[in-house]
Structure formats: C-alpha cells, structure tokens
Design a protein around this ligand. Structure first.
Ligand code: C2O
Ligand code: CU
Length: 542
C-alpha cells in the first residue's frame, strides 16, 4: 500500500448557522472536517496539532488499528488527551477495511463538530463488488448547537439531568430550508439523469438515530461500517450514531428537485416531516423548478421501532469468494452484557433527573470511571493500581431485563475502573442485552479495534436455549457499530486477534457520558507478530 501524510490542526473557527455566529472547534477550520481517502492496505500518517484551548484526541472509527492501539485516539483508554499546544502523530495501517468509515474527536463532546469522512477504496487492482458508480458523494448527518457544546456534559453533570439536545440536524454542516436562515446554504447534490451515484452516509449526530430518505428515489445499501453487504433496496434507511453506510442512488426519476431528508428516530421530538427535519436538495442537471416545491420523501414516524428493525434486519454479508466471512462457528468465551440507563440518589442536593435523582448508565451494572492514566499505558508499563481485571462476564443478578416490573431501586450501578481480560485469539460470543431498568432505549454499541459479526438479534430477553438455534452463521453482517433495539438484544461474534485495550461503548453520547462504556483487554499472543507494537515517541503525557 501507499503512505498518505496529513496534517490536522485543531482550532476554533466562527461559523454562521441558524441566524447567528458562533465559534466551534474544527479540524483545519472545516465543518464537517476534511475527508480522508485511501485504498485498502494503505497507511496514513496524521500529525494532529492541538491549537485549541481544549484537550483533544482523534479516533479513526471503523479502522481496526491492528496491534497498534496507541493510535486509536481514545481518551484515557489508549492515550492521555493531547493538551493545547501539543502535537501527536497517529498511524493508521489499513488491513481489510473497505468502504466508508469516519474519524472523530474522542474526548468529552468535542466530536459534535470535530469529525469527518474516511473513505477506503478497494485495494489497488481490485474493484467494488457492484457496478462502478459515475460519481461519489459524502453525506455527513450532523447537528448544530446554539450553545457551547463543550460545556454541555459538565452542565448536565452538575444537575444530574439530561444534557440538552442540539438546535438543528445538519446535512454536510447545513440545517437546510426547514430551519431559519438556512435555505440558501442548504446542501445541494447535482445529478445527471441515468447516472448512478455512490452515497457515503455517516451519522455523526451525538444522541439520535436518524431516518434518511430522498424523495421518490430508491436507495440500494451496499455497505456498512467499512464492510460490504448484499444489496438492500429500500425507500429509507435508519442509521445510528456511529454508523456509516454505502448507498447506490440511481438518478432515474423525472428530472426536477427532490428533498433528501434526515429526521430523528425514537427521540423526544415530534413526528412527521417537520422543522426538526434536516434537508438537502437532489437536483437534476438542467432542470429548472425554482417555482415548485421540491418533492419530499416519506420518513417513518419518529417512534416506529418496526420501521427501524424492518430495515436493519435485512443486513447480510456478501460472503462471496472475493469477500469471504470468518465468523467463529465454535465459541470458547461467552459474554453477556446488560446495557442500562440508571438513576442514582443525589446526596447533597435535589437533582433535575426523574424523581429528583440523577442519571447514570452502565454495562453489567458497572458505570465506567476513567482513570487519570490511560489503560493502555498502565497495562504496557505495568503501572499498578490503575485498573482492576475482574469486569464480570455476565450481570451479577438475573431479572426480567425488559419486563414491566423494574428493579430500579435494587439496581443502582457500581462505579468502577475494571477491564475484561480476553486471551489472544479467543472465540468470543457477546450478547448485548438492553434493559428497561429506567426506560428502554436503543443502544448503538461500538467496539474499538475490531469488526464483529452480528449473528442474531431479537426483542425481549435473550433466551440461551432457543435463540442460538436461529443464528445466522452463513452470511451475518460484519459491523463495528450495532444497533441494539429498544427492549431487545443482539448476539455478536468475533475472534480476539487484536491485542490491546479497546473501548466498547454506546455511541449515544449522553449514555457514554453517563457511563455506558467498558474496556476489553486482549492479551498479547505468543509470537512477536501477535503482540502490541511499541508506543510512538510523541505519545501525549498524562
Ligand atoms: Cu465512534 Cu468510541 O467511537
Ligand atoms: Cu445507549
């Protein structure tokens, strides 16, 4: 592969959105940030200069970082954050990733504005597993806040209540014409009738799954999270925070203007095509329809779980000769994690969460407390007392996870800094079980350092006797961020062949902030080529 050199300068820049001007954190003064491109097997060397007043890290979401957790960019997991005025050089050696992934800040809520696309073309000499599109367009679904986003988690923490939501969703940084002062700048994609386009869609929103569709046009989903899929023809997609999708679009409708639109799924907002809907325009070259209203797509009602699962249940790997799968058929390590949003008593003052309590969130009833020294450094240099190695392989107590009777009072999380230790090359099955301890919610769970196979999913409680019989071991989708449905579960499998310390967390930022995070420690193998690489010389100090 080739080597690509990039310079990322983290700095503040002012932008006008929603009728006012505001400074936001950016990479190289861009929002969304710069797009990285490479071919499978290439290497990227990114020098990250922090010229901002905040600590920062940059994470390459969907890149596996084989043996190189040092460049994973996860604050207090694989590095201490880079401080203002400092530089950190990160190396991304691509292996089998192909398609669309992305990068984003991984410290506090900085990823709200510090993110961008990362496009991985097939290895040189290879082709897409679908007809070559005439052109490619990146669509980043994001948000805009009128308030300073960096202080939101801190403010929410003070009161124990919910962090505020953004003031607009955005397509490529623009809210679109349903929001005030946003019509002229709204994102426009010009197409030629009869041509096919590859859309690379990324959900960079902090807290909401989104439905996305384009008026009158069918979408054909051919990839997800940097892995290809058997083509899925659909009117709309549901994309969780953290996910990316490769989608073919045929410009085969009467030439004119069409809305592309994104709207929250399962949020506090209202339903329908309303003013929380972000829009862009799909415009046929040469069509002049300025007087006419662009044609709107159908978007499912915001609370329609079946609309979400009807779409996601179609994911299948290519599982072809050129793109074989490698799902473990035998499992030697069984893990079962509950994902819960919890409530805690406030000791000193009444909090603004439900019942005067404060929010927390947990995996197996443990809310992760990040150490002051990153996990990876503590492990590599054998610094004692930083973390414990006894993260439980299953929840301490069994109950009706998705039932009506809530053991909320019995079930307050512990605050711990623990890792779960996996042997090198363990064949892992992990059940991610949603709960409604407080309230049920979707949890898009992301695992760093790996892609995994989603072999099963369902509503209600996972049944170890029945459910495994229905696993798909033939062509399960390979993902890096899996949506665990509200009041449901998913089963994932992977081989623990990438040594390091890797974060697993909910990609809904408020849940992650409340503690729905945990760390896997995958031990070194016996041979040098199965062990963690040495640390880079400019690793940020703690
Ligand atoms: Cu997209 Cu832990 O991140
Ligand atoms: Cu969550």
């Amino acid at each position: 592969g080739e080597v690509h050199h990039h310079k990322f300068v983290i700095k503040s820049k002012s932008f006008i959105r929603l009728c006012s001007t505001k400074n936001i954190l950016t990479v190289n003064g861009k929002f969304p940030g710069p797009t990285l491109t490479a071919h499978g097997g290439d290497k990227l060397v990114v020098k990250v200069y922090n010229k901002a007043k905040y600590n920062i890290t940059i994470h390459w979401h969907g890149a596996r970082q084989v043996r190189n957790p040092w460049s994973d960019g996860t604050s207090y997991v694989t590095q201490c954050p880079s401080q203002p005025g400092h530089k950190f050089t990160q190396i991304i050696q691509l292996t089998t990733e192909e398609g669309t992934v992305w990068w984003h800040a991984h410290d506090g809520w900085a990823r709200a504005t510090v993110h961008g696309a990362f496009i991985i073309y097939p290895k040189r000499g290879y082709h897409y597993p679908f007809p070559k599109p005439h052109d490619e367009v990146t669509i980043i679904l994001g948000e805009w806040w009128k308030k300073e986003v960096m202080s939101i988690p801190e403010n929410a923490n003070k009161t124990g209540g919910e962090p505020i939501l953004s003031d607009a969703y955005t397509i490529n940084g623009q809210p679109g014409g349903l929001y005030p002062c946003s019509t002229k700048e709204s994102f426009k994609m010009i197409v030629h009738y009869g041509q096919t386009y590859l859309l690379r869609v990324i959900n960079a929103v902090l807290d909401e799954e989104l439905f996305f569709a384009i008026g009158k046009h069918k979408l054909t989903v051919v990839g997800k999270d940097g892995c290809y899929l058997k083509p899925i023809k659909t009117d709309y997609i549901m994309i969780t925070p953290g996910q990316s999708m490769d989608i073919l679009l045929e410009a085969n409708q009467p030439p004119g203007h069409y809305f592309m639109a994104g709207k929250a799924y399962s949020s506090a907002f209202g339903s329908g095509f309303d003013n929380t809907t972000t829009t862009g325009l799909l415009i046929y070259h040469g069509s002049n329809h300025h007087s006419k209203m662009p044609i709107r797509p159908y978007l499912p009602p915001y609370n329609k779980t079946e609309a979400a699962t009807d779409f996601t249940k179609q994911f299948r790997s290519l599982a072809s000769n050129t793109h074989p799968i490698d799902v473990p058929t035998e499992v030697d390590t069984n893990l079962f994690f509950t994902l819960s949003v919890n409530l805690l008593n406030c000791t000193d003052k009444p909090c603004t969460g439900p019942f005067g309590k404060r929010f927390a969130a947990s995996v197996n009833n443990i809310s992760l407390v990040y150490p002051d020294v990153d996990f990876l450094r503590a492990y590599y240099y054998k610094i004692p007392g930083v973390f414990e190695m006894d993260f439980p392989r299953k929840p301490g107590m069994e109950f009706n996870y998705t039932g009506d009777k809530l053991p909320a009072n019995l079930y307050t999380p512990a605050f711990d800094t623990k890792v779960l230790v996996l042997d090198y090359n363990a064949s892992v099955e992990l059940i991610l079980q949603g709960t409604n301890v407080l309230a049920s919610d979707n949890h898009p769970v992301h695992l760093h350092g790996y892609s995994f196979y989603v072999v099963g999913w369902g509503f209600g409680n996972f049944d170890p006797k029945k459910d495994p019989k229905n696993y798909n071991l033939i062509d399960p989708p390979e993902e890096t961020t899996v949506g665990v449905p509200s009041n449901g579960w998913v089963a994932i499998r992977f081989r623990a062949d990438n040594p390091g310390l890797w974060l697993l967390h909910c990609h809904i930022e408020r849940h992650a902030t409340w503690g729905m995070d945990m760390v896997l420690l995958v031990k070194d193998g016996h041979y040098p080529q199965t062990q963690i690489l040495p640390p880079p010389p400019d690793l940020p100090k703690c």
